[in-house]
Design a protein around this ligand. Sequence first.
Ligand SMILES: Nc1ncnc2c1ncn2[C@@H]1O[C@H](COP(=O)(O)OP(=O)(O)O)[C@@H](O)[C@H]1O
Ligand SMILES: [Mg+2]
Length: 238
Amino acid sequence: MNPLLTVENLTVHYGAIQALRGISFSVNQGEIITLIGSNGAGKTTTLHAISHIIEKTSGTIMFNGANISALVPDKIVGAGLVQVPEGRRIFANLRVHDNLEMGAYLRKDHAGIKQDIEMVYNIFPRLRERFHQLSGTLSGGEQQMLAMGRALMSQPKLLLMDEPSMGLSPILVDEIFGIIRRINDAGTTILLVEQNAYRALGIAGRAYILETGEIVQSGSAVDLLRDDRVKNAYLGTS
Ligand SMILES: Nc1ncnc2c1ncn2[C@@H]1O[C@H](COP(=O)(O)OP(=O)(O)O)[C@@H](O)[C@H]1O
Ligand SMILES: [Mg+2]
């Protein structure tokens, strides 16, 4: 199978600090892959380097058969690689509906945009109920839904998700992860980065474990859930 995304030997520095030390991983079409790591491991840095929000020092990033390293972020979004940022980053002073329209900023197919907004409202009925509400006044869970809905408006082939469970109650995490699964079932490939290893391994097919800028372990999620080292370090059980 040809991977949809291949990251090879990715290295990133912030000044003198090396945040990523040559990581390599791949995501196949249709998969949910998770990159697990504690705070500061380099998860966000990895996603930002893929989306070209930050410059990498070295490495190769192939998406859908093409080297995307030199593309500006808008072109990467246009190619179908779309990030849902950590901490949601919705436009707080815009209404829900306007945030969703902003997600389609690169598109010109007005009928398709209308159809996709309807699709997003069907996935997230709570957003439909609040379509006129200022986004900054949404709850944390609703803001996560809006951030996901906005990303879907860019018609992603691959969705990069940065810690969607952060700050949410267990019930809301259930809801959000259920929706991630539905989005995947509908054909979108997912790269999920999470500190919440237990939840992430529960939804992913394969996983990579990132520690201080290096991938130290990888395998099927089922195997990693049973692995003693993973249990001790990330699952709080042994
Ligand atoms: N803009 C920045 N300037 C300097 N160091 C940074 C910057 N962003 C992240 N870092 C450092 O890079 C490392 C990885 O950070 P990050 O990718 O945000 O980790 P994670 O998302 O896994 O919590 C950390 O040591 C962090 O302090
Ligand atoms: Mg982060």
